[in-house]
Design a protein around this ligand. Sequence first.
Ligand code: PMP
Length: 391
Amino acid sequence: ARGLADLPPVQADSLLALIALCDADPRPEKIDVGVGVFRDAVGNTPILKVMKEAERRLVDTQRSKSYLGSSGDKRFAELIRPILLGNEHAHDERIAGLQTPGGCGALRLGFELIATVNPQARVFVGTPTWPNHPPIIKAVGLPIVEYGYYDRQSRHVLFDEMMASLNTAEAGDVVLLHGCCHNPTGADLTHEQWREVTHLVAARGLLPLVDIAYQGFGRGLDDDAHGLRGILAACDEVIVAQSCDKNFSVYRDRVGSLFVKTGTVETTKTAMGHVFQRAREMWSMPPDHGAAAVHIILEDPQLRADWLVELAAMRDRINAVRQRIASADPRLAFIGGQYGMFSMLPISREQVLTLREDGAIYMADSGRFNVVGIADSDIDRFIEAVVEVMD
Ligand code: PMP
């Protein structure tokens, strides 16, 4: 008989291992650009002022912590709906949503739903992608088909390769798309490319699953959802995994939602029945606190307006740092045309290690770095060190 002692060791998560390495480095000038959270000009990840206020109100007014049910805070999902779907789709009753434990929970639940209806569906995933995508897909047992999405050396989206790969997909196969602020490359599709992908997905009867974890961090809430809304306009069946963890800066509170669109109100109701059942099997119901605070912010006109200002400040810092790095050297110019917190430097693993050893600069082996991982006072040193190791 096998016991727990027979378990083989698991390969350590490389990003978590990187955090530990950086923590252990005694050099005071060290720079951590491996981490995946927003940092302000002095290197902190503060709680938004509106969030502090909403949490105070929550503590003052909450009268019960009784169960809410598998859909979590229903009003939260109603309030997220127009922000995510836009006015053009917010009233479409064929789209239903529920609160989930972060974007991760939404992704898992979305793939569970797909595996429930079509365990043979292949999931087309562009590489590189967020390292947690493949494990989530594998966990539900769906096969993955990879295609090259981005070339680090040429700094371009491999759009022809993407289209060629998606052209081999069959009706019912799934296409995982990053809604905006591609992680780990920062390289988003242009509007024209979204149009072409959307046309292909609709024409071939593929099922798009749009993962949108950084809405508002790129060009603005509406622009960042442009691709998603085009997909919704063209396709009868769409799954959307959304996260508030970045744009409300509540990472550990785990706030997200899943939206499902099918061809009719009736089939959406049935699909949501399965969604609730899968959610009950996994987490029964999502944690309340973060979503309840987001709910308070979005319900109150003043807090909502204040949130938009704080969100814009995060976005402006991301884009300002991008421009500063991009203008420092022609080889870094590509960073200015990308969106979100991440970019991938066209450098080798050895060069990444040189930066770590000689410069105390910690980034993923892939060359992915968080543009707002750097405090303002460190940006020049960061740029100098990177330019020095580049070919
Ligand atoms: N999708 C992508 C592309 C992400 O980068 C992340 C977070 N790193 C998520 C989903 C999940 O976010 P959450 O913390 O809300 O689970």
